[in-house]
Design a protein around this ligand. Structure first.
Ligand code: PMT
Length: 405
């Protein structure tokens, strides 16, 4: 009985950049082919200082592409055709220079041009000196590329060719092969075709043209939920307060400022919501009056009084709507987590509530991590402290199971 290899029939375009780790590209090509992949190699000019095109041609079985304006290569498979050919573009090693050029969208040499011209997923395996990797510019470039949907594989930690120790080593070849196999493995799509609406970030309640009431929500938790729901097959809409984060382009984004705006956008989105997740930190109150002009400091008084009025409770209104979606709330608490969360679950008529202990410094508002205790009317689930991306995946698995009950 013949079994299918994990990369059988997959077309991988391997981009090799000029770093000492380029010598591993030959072995990587071989091991990808062992798993069934067809590999074509693109080399930058500096990569050829570290490993020859002849070597890469010998191991891949195809000519190596290294010139944007090569009439002979264009007569074979032109660069646009090559960009469309790939099921995956893997850049390994990816140097700091290549990463910066990708971020800038440069199209003056073959590899970055192919990335610009390709609709295919792109994985970047950074390899460089640890100081270069940790430099703000590189970190910012990688973050931007990641937010644009590129996968960042590695780097590994350890001894470097230059003698430094730290992060920046190219992942080992078996790890890169495994990540490629994982990428092509059939994905769990528990939310395929399900319409998910998520509120995220803070709201801003204007006092006058230059001042507002708000909170420390960064939007990271809500945006992580949106990306995870998309990866699980959902059609995702995010109603986002003012945050400085990007979302995948195939997520519908509605930007709002105030709780009243979010309330309106939420009720409008109801006709297209099967699941509604209220992750936003909505201001409970707004000022009764928004001043048209900037409020001047009073010289005759040391205090001033603003009258606040209650904002509408968005998730409670969504949950009481006719044909309500499956409703998931959050409860951000500094004490008596379970009691308050269960009270909100009942009072707001929710299906699930994710209780968030925001008294712990490394989780909750504006942190990279979170931990949640999720309650339904009958059950309790604990999600341990982890990166918000992972917490989002775990929470959505619980939501999809409960939604389908
Ligand atoms: O954005 P991050 O920096 O990543 O932080 C994430 C988070 C801490 C903001 C998030 O995990 C979280 O806990 N969100 C809910 C914050 C909150 O306002 O909780 P609450 O207990 O005040 O509200 C309870 C629920 O009612 C929430 O689902 C909230 O969205 C909703 N609500 C509250 C008030 C209101 N007027 N309308 C609402 O819909």
């Amino acid at each position: 009985m013949s079994s299918t290899l994990p990369l059988q029939g997959k077309k991988i375009l391997l981009g090799v950049c000029g770093g000492i780790a380029a010598y591993k590209s030959a072995e990587l090509t071989r091991r990808l082919i062992d798993q069934g992949a067809q590999v074509r190699v693109v080399m930058t000019a500096s990569a050829k200082q570290f490993i020859t095109p002849l070597t890469m041609q010998a191991v891949s079985g195809y000519i190596v592409y290294d010139d944007l304006l090569d009439p002979q290569a264009e007569a074979g498979m032109g660069h646009i055709e090559l960009a469309k050919w790939a099921d995956l573009i893997l850049i390994a090693p990816a140097t700091a220079n290549a990463i910066a050029r990708l971020r800038a969208g440069m199209a003056d040499e073959l590899l970055t041009t192919l990335c610009l011209a390709s609709p295919s997923p792109i994985a970047i395996a950074p390899a460089m000196n640890q100081q270069m990797y940790l430099a703000l510019a590189t970190q910012e470039n990688l973050n931007v590329l990641n937010q644009r949907g590129m996968m960042i594989w590695g780097p590994a930690q350890g001894q470097q060719a230059c003698g430094d120790v730290g992060p920046g080593r190219l992942l080992e070849v078996p790890d890169l092969v495994q990540l490629s196999c994982d990428f092509f493995a059939p994905k769990e799509m528990p939310l395929l075709g399900v319409n998910v609406v998520i509120t995220a970030g803070p709201t801003q309640e204007a006092i006058d043209p230059v001042r507002y009431i708000s909170n420390h929500s960064s939007g990271k938790m809500g945006f992580s939920l949106a990306e995870a729901a998309l990866a699980m097959g959902a059609n995702v809409t995010v109603i986002a307060g003012p945050v400085h984060l990007n979302l995948s382009t195939n997520i519908k984004r509605i930007n709002i400022k105030s709780a009243i705006d979010m309330h309106q956008a939420s009720l409008t989105s109801l006709s297209e919501a099967d699941i509604f997740i209220a992750c936003a930190a909505v201001a409970d109150y707004r000022t009764e009056q928004v001043y048209v002009e900037k409020i001047k400091k009073q010289s005759d008084s040391d205090s001033m009084t603003l009258t606040l009025v209650k904002n509408p409770d968005i998730i409670a209104d969504v949950a009481s709507a006719h044909n309500r979606p499956f409703c998931v709330g959050f409860a951000a608490e500094t004490n008596d987590l379970e009691t308050y969360a269960l009270d909100k679950l009942k009072r707001k008529n929710l299906d699930l509530i994710a209780a968030n202990d925001v008294s712990v410094s490394e989780q909750g508002f504006n942190s990279e991590k979170n931990a949640l205790t999720v309650f339904s009317k009958e059950s309790r689930f604990d999600i341990a402290l982890n990166d918000k991306k992972e917490v989002a995946i775990q929470l959505l698995k619980i939501i999809s199971t409960e939604f389908k009950k």
